[in-house]
Design a protein around this ligand. Sequence first.
Ligand code: FMN
Length: 189
Amino acid sequence: MKHILVGTNRPKSRSLELARIVQERYKHLGEDVEIINLEDLPLSIFTGAEYSAEKPEVLKRITDKIDDSDGIIVIAPEYNGSAPGVLKLLIDHLSFPKAFERRPVCFLGLGGMFGGLRPVEHLQQVFGYRNAYVYPFRIFLINVWNDLVNGEIQNPDIIDRITKQAEGFQKFCEALKSQKIHANNFVEL
Ligand SMILES: Cc1cc2nc3c(=O)[nH]c(=O)nc-3n(C[C@H](O)[C@H](O)[C@H](O)COP(=O)(O)O)c2cc1C
């Protein structure tokens, strides 16, 4: 199963609304994709205690999902010229190297006039460091508040781009699996 990682824990975020739209697109393509909502994170990860302690149940569940994921679709809103700190904090709590090593990942950014270009490119650096397979076709929602209203996108061009990204990412993940170079079925030569 693939997962949509919502890059913020802000209540009523547009990122979560976009995640639901993306999830729907995958459903149309015959695939159930699960949303990981950072609003579910336990407060204790903010104390730093969980770096060494046994992980709390919720964090363990998220870790297990990412460690088995067929592919991760990251929704990256722009906060202060980058991705929200809470997303990086979650990434820092996930398993190393299993979480991202050879795991396919794709990105959708949202923000003001640069449409989330900065958080996506910052995250590409992080995921590149972690040896993830980054799907090259990215989506940016410029001045997102104009196009994503009450949980809906009316502009057919944006829906079309989201659909094309989903189709492409499905093929990308399948191609990696067919060659046995995907995190979930990697075979050493
Ligand atoms: C804390 C915060 C910081 C933001 N910083 C930026 C920014 O640096 N650049 C930008 O284009 N938009 C910025 N925005 C606008 C957000 O990108 C936009 O509102 C987007 O919808 C936020 O995603 P969310 O609804 O999922 O929280 C910021 C919003 C918040 C809440």
